[in-house]
Design a protein around this ligand. Structure first.
Ligand code: URA
Length: 238
């Protein structure tokens, strides 16, 4: 890529500002002072320095928070469907994948990374990381529904869910906020079905202490900060 783009992407300044830095001889590429903004650099191999500091050394892993829209499958590739990977910047050198899965029609917070250990620490059933969903239903939540969620729903095939928290507003009993600490297939929809309710819309709003950013429009993604990453493991119910 062009040197001025690389510098701007690395946070050294705007495209105009970094051109001036280059003209002033303040940028070195592989130990030599760069003279042209259009000089081609390979971020992987070339050492670009500004003010004595190396810029843009490739991060070991990347972590995106995606506001997933309905209509995309949580997979790395699919012959028929659009995948969530189409919504994050392309980087052919990284093996990005979604952390866990949201159904095709579910919206909301989905993490995408190439860090397998991080993904495992969120999805492993042993880690009990909370996931919070807003579910719009075709009927009203009752005290019995809330109790059934708290006791632990058992699916018809005998699968037992851990205790979950179901909250709803007095004035809107057709909307539930559910907190679960596992990730069984279609779990939230199946839990409500066991109580005679159909989920008509589902959105995940948080994983642990990491919440969907209200400034992040549907279909957009952002890079996680270190603090965001840590917040995933804070404040879980079990
Ligand atoms: N539970 C579901 O039923 N669907 C999802 O996408 C996530 C949790």
């Amino acid at each position: 890529m062009r040197l001025d783009k690389f510098l701007a992407d690395s946070g050294a300044g705007t495209r105009t500002e970094v051109k001036k830095l280059i003209q002033k001889g303040m940028v070195q590429v592989n130990g030599e002072t760069a003279k042209k903004p259009e000089l081609k650099v390979d971020p992987e191999r070339d050492v670009v320095e500004f003010g004595g500091e190396r810029l843009g050394a490739r991060a070991e892993f990347v972590y995106y928070l995606l506001h997933k829209p309905a209509g995309y499958v949580s997979a790395t590739e699919d012959i028929r469907e659009k995948t969530v990977l189409e919504l994050v910047p392309k980087d052919g050198r990284r093996n990005l994948f979604p952390v866990g899965r949201l159904d095709k029609d579910t919206e909301g917070l989905l993490l995408i990374t190439d860090d397998g250990d991080f993904a495992h620490s969120i999805t492993s059933p042993k880690k009990h990381v909370d996931k919070k969903y807003v579910a719009n239903l075709d009927g009203e939540i009752t005290d019995d529904t809330i109790k059934a969620f708290s006791d632990g729903i058992e699916f018809s095939d005998g699968t037992k869910c851990r205790s979950a928290v179901l909250e709803c507003d007095e004035n809107d009993k057709k909307t539930g906020i559910v907190t679960i600490c596992e990730g069984k297939y279609h779990q939230v929809k199946k839990m409500f079905l066991c109580c005679g309710l159909k989920v008509v819309h589902l959105q995940r709003i948080s994983i642990g202490g990491l919440y969907l950013d209200s400034n992040l429009h549907i279909g957009e993604c952002k890079l996680l900060t270190d603090l965001d990453k840590k917040s995933v493991f804070i404040g879980n119910i079990h």
